[in-house]
Design a protein around this ligand. Structure first.
Ligand SMILES: Cc1ncc(COP(=O)(O)O)c(C=O)c1O
Length: 481
């Protein structure tokens, strides 16, 4: 895995507006910060943009080209066979709901869905709602089953998963990486268990469908959907440097051909093929693109991927940002190896530092495991919320709560169902990790210093920074300013 020298890191950080403010951003598992070059791109696009597939102007044609090319970039990034396998959504959550609504009518009375106690609520609540609230209204009873995890190691209990999957398991849903425990379940084994169940799908295929919630995995490592052999993979870009608002669902092309869309309306129908008694759908991928999409968000997200290759210096021979050149797998591999290696090294450092604090318990996968780059912890007798406020008072942006991994917090018996979490990405530094560990130590050792927690008590009150300051950032190396 690649690493980043401090000079490279400085250069990377100079491309982010937040780095000029006294912010230690360690809530990256929720959302990352956007690079200046992407914000500049959005500003430039705002002068020339138009709707896609809905106009004959040069502006509309060019915007359509960029929008469609974005699908190719995203497909290349995850090694999907083509853009035909992709649909764009608002978030990972919406992408998973899209699977639920597309499969809804296919579930038969007596079927079941198997998911895990490690899931984000986005990969549990839709299945709960489908089984408990939606399908019963149609007289169909489908069960949702939850596989356990090991409370010490955070590992998915594969034996329990295998017990739960049977010939009526239509779908297995599994996280690609836990946003609380850090664990990355062995997806090849999960795939094998899903196949072994023996469910007969409507197209005659035998085995459960596999949905992977790759929200965290995508943000911190190379995701190769073909290698994963998943039927559905969901993720979102706001966890990998892009602005908010775009999630992706990859689905096997033959499923895309046969499954009904999640949303119905304009642009998802074949040109002119709407009649009082009959509607024909558009070709893939547009069958799954009803209504005006988040055009700028999709273009910016795809361009952010290209920028990552440039930012981390993964391909010194050329610049990828602001081009539509076909992305080479080697460039993606190299870029994400650097991102993953850097984040893993910071995570290791944080875990080693935090584990020396008396009474502090780190949840989930241990140091050295291939884990998502986050550390969630609780401290005996201390509120995680008070710790997070105390960290904020010291300039460290963490997150306390259940991180939407509510089932896992309950399963561990945490009362309240909460932990404090710090999480890292490509722009974090080893010095920041040292400051995080020192801040946690102070918050634990001297909690009374932060008893008015919630309002910053140090001179570094970040909110007073002049709002225009971000414009003072060094001109972007990446594209026209
Ligand atoms: C594992 C996991 N799944 C799903 C989500 C939901 O992602 P989104 O906010 O894009 O819906 C998150 C967000 O934290 C996550 O960590």
């Amino acid at each position: 895995m690649g690493t980043l020298a401090s000079r490279e890191l400085e250069l990377i950080r100079s491309q982010f507006a937040f780095s000029l403010r006294d912010r230690i951003v360690t809530n990256n598992a929720a959302s990352t910060q956007p690079p200046l070059a992407v914000l500049e791109l959005l500003r430039d696009l705002s002068e020339t943009y138009e709707n896609v597939h809905r106009g004959q102007s040069d502006a509309s044609i060019r915007t359509t080209e960029m929008f469609e090319a974005s699908f190719d970039t995203i497909a290349a990034w995850i090694n999907a066979p083509s853009r035909r396998t992709l649909s764009m959504h608002r978030s990972t959550t919406e992408a998973i709901n899209a699977v639920m609504y597309s499969l809804l009518a296919d579930f038969r009375d007596g079927d079941n869905v198997v998911t895990t106690l490690m899931e984000h609520n986005s990969d549990y609540v839709p299945w709960h709602a489908m089984c408990r609230e939606i399908l019963p209204r149609f007289g169909r009873h489908v069960e949702v089953r939850l596989a356990r995890f090991d409370h010490e190691s955070g590992e998915l209990d594969l034996a329990h998963l295998a017990e739960l999957v049977d010939a009526r398991t239509k779908l297995v849903c599994c996280t690609g990486g836990s946003n609380f425990l850090g664990t990355k379940p062995p997806l090849d084994q999960v795939r094998a268990i899903a196949d072994a169940g023996g469910y007969v799908q409507p197209d005659g295929r035998v085995g459960a469908l596999l949905l992977v919630d790759a929200a965290q995995r995508f943000a911190s490592s190379r995701v190769d959907v073909q290698e994963m052999e998943a039927d559905f993979v969901a993720f979102s870009f706001h966890k990998l440097l892009a602005p908010f608002g775009v999630g992706v669902l990859y689905a096997r092309e033959d499923l895309r051909e046969t499954l009904p869309p999640f949303l119905y309306g304009g642009d998802m129908i074949a040109e002119g093929q709407v009649f009082p008694d009959r509607v024909e759908y558009n070709d893939l991928p547009w069958k799954f693109s009803a209504g005006t999409p988040n055009i700028l968000g999709v273009i910016a997200s795809a361009q952010t991927l290209r920028l990552i290759v440039d930012l981390v210096g993964a391909d010194p021979t050329r610049a990828w940002f602001r081009t539509d050149d076909p992305l080479e797998p080697g460039a993606v591999d190299a870029a994400m190896a650097i991102v993953a290696g850097h984040a893993a090294s910071l995570t290791r450092q944080a875990m080693e530092g935090l584990s020396t604090i008396a009474g502090l318990r780190i949840h989930g996968a241990s140091v050295g495991e291939d884990r998502t780059p986050l550390v969630a912890f609780t401290v005996e007798g201390r509120s995680p919320f008070a710790i997070a406020h105390a960290l904020n008072a010291q300039g460290v942006e963490s997150r306390a709560g259940c991180h939407c991994a509510t089932l896992a917090h309950h399963d561990l018996g945490l009362e309240p169902a909460a932990s404090c979490r710090v999480s890292f990405t490509v722009y974090n530094t080893p010095e920041e990790v040292d400051r995080v560990v020192a801040a946690v130590r102070r918050a634990v050792d001297a909690p009374h210093d932060f008893s008015s927690a919630g309002t910053p008590s140090t001179s570094a009150d970040r909110t007073t920074t002049p709002s225009g300051r971000a414009t003072a950032v060094a001109p972007s190396r990446f594209g026209r300013v």
